[in-house]
Ligand binder design. Structure first.
Ligand code: F6P
Length: 416
């Protein structure tokens, strides 16, 4: 029986719960034991301080009841906690100090349409140190867990890739310090790691879309539509800052979806050094064509050709001074990240969660660690290591001002 742990890490994204639910249900359906890790990598490092491993799972309460399949061994489908208990604030006394919990079928019931991540996420300084990763490895091994599904963005999957690369040396150290036995070492010689990309930024290479990005795009589009009606009423200009970290996907897509007048992104800085004049000429001509509103979208990581950040307040100042437009700045902030996942994110998360479990079950010591991506509308396994490398390459290319290369790595079809 495979023992699969699933965690969410990095910034939350709508659809993460649907992904955890899919991994849990598919894992149980395929006869695995499934554990959730609360609070991301931090939870993996913290482990179950107040609970002995044997304690982790209280006796099943409703064996088999909800699955409706009497032939199936009840144990596999039992809920570990009272229905919905994990949803409660603080999750009850019984969960104190426990970060790695075995779950049953009903524990993830109703998770599909809930925003954020119910199992928590945290930035974890300890996991960045080898000692922290060693403790995380120890916690996994002591619970007999042999597969890890990580749902997160670029940084989180880079962490996953690091754990993958380091696993043998972590085992060496753990055995040397007698924290694990030789027998445990050989039993856990391979940890199967699979990544699912959850991030509103859509900044991961080798996949067309990441879980949470479509919902964030909806959220932004609705906000910009609302801004549009007040802008038109007053004949104003608005500079709207959107998230995306070093990636311009949200800005470009929202700009197209809302008919923005001008868009600034990190990967393709304005062609002209004098971008201020270039922008003003464009916006002036839109006004001359009768537009009563001006919408400029600025990705939070937007850069000029000298890699100097382009900030919304500066853009607004230019519009006011050079075009005499009554200009306001709106920073959309975390409203873009929260809230219910749209239908597409639920489907993406579900299909990718299912595929992640299949990838775990197909894994052999020879197969690489996979990231579950989406290419041309098909759920695909790609090499986690390659995806992490290509994503890092985007940042390097931008730093070298090789903007075409940055776009090429981000999305080979984008340039066409
Ligand atoms: O990566 C997701 C994201 O929302 C980015 O778009 C943004 O730059 C960042 O996280 C904000 O992080 P925090 O929530 O820690 O402020």
């Amino acid at each position: 029986t495979r023992k699969i742990a699933v965690l969410t890490s990095g910034g939350d994204a709508a659809g993460m719960n649907a992904a955890v639910r899919a991994v849990a249900k598919m894992g149980l359906y395929r006869g695995c034991e499934v554990f959730i890790v609360r609070e991301g990598w931090a939870g993996l490092v913290a482990g179950n301080v107040n609970a002995a491993p044997a304690d982790v799972r209280p006796p099943p309460q409703r064996a088999g009841k909800y699955h409706g399949n009497q032939d199936v061994e009840g144990e596999k489908f039992a809920a570990t906690f009272g229905e919905g208990e994990l949803l409660q604030e603080g999750a009850g006394e019984g969960l104190k100090g426990r970060h790695i919990l075995k779950v049953g079928w009903d524990d993830v019931r109703g998770w599909m349409d809930i925003g954020g991540t119910l199992i928590g996420t945290a930035r974890c300084a300890e996991f960045r140190e080898k000692e922290g990763r060693e403790t995380a490895a120890f916690n996994l091994i002591s619970l007999g867990i042999d597969a890890l599904v990580v749902i997160g963005g670029d940084g989180s999957l880079t962490g996953a890739d690091r754990l993958r690369g380091e696993w043998p040396s972590l085992l060496d150290d753990l055995e040397k310090s007698k924290r694990i036995s030789a027998e445990q070492r050989s039993k856990h010689a391979h940890l199967t790691i699979t990544g699912i990309v959850g991030s509103i930024d859509n900044d991961m290479a080798m996949t067309d879309i990441t879980i949470g990005a479509p919902t964030a795009l909806h959220r932004i589009s609705e906000a910009v539509d609302s801004i549009g009606s007040t802008a038109s009423s007053h004949s104003r200009a608005f500079v709207v800052e959107v998230m995306g970290r070093h990636c311009g996907w949200l800005a470009v897509m929202a700009g197209l979806a809302c008919g923005a007048d001008y868009i600034f992104i990190p990967e393709r800085p304005p062609k002209s050094e004098d971008w201020e004049s270039e922008m003003c000429n464009g916006l002036k001509s839109h006004r001359e064509h009768g537009k009563r509103k001006t919408i400029v979208i600025v990705a939070e990581g937007a850069l000029d050709r000298q890699l100097k950040p382009i900030k919304p307040a500066y853009v607004a100042d230019i519009l006011t001074k050079r075009l005499q437009l009554d200009t306001r700045v709106t920073t959309l902030g975390h409203v873009q990240r929260g809230g219910k996942p749209c239908a597409y994110d639920r489907l993406l998360a579900t299909l990718q969660g299912v595929e992640a479990v299949e990838a775990v079950l197909d894994a052999t010591p020879q197969t690489p660690s996979y990231m579950i991506g989406l290419k041309e509308n098909k759920v695909k396994r790609v090499s986690l290591m390659d995806a992490v490398k290509a994503t890092a390459g985007v940042g390097d290319a931008i730093e070298k001002k090789d903007f075409d290369q940055a776009l090429q790595l981000r999305d080979p079809e984008f340039l066409e």
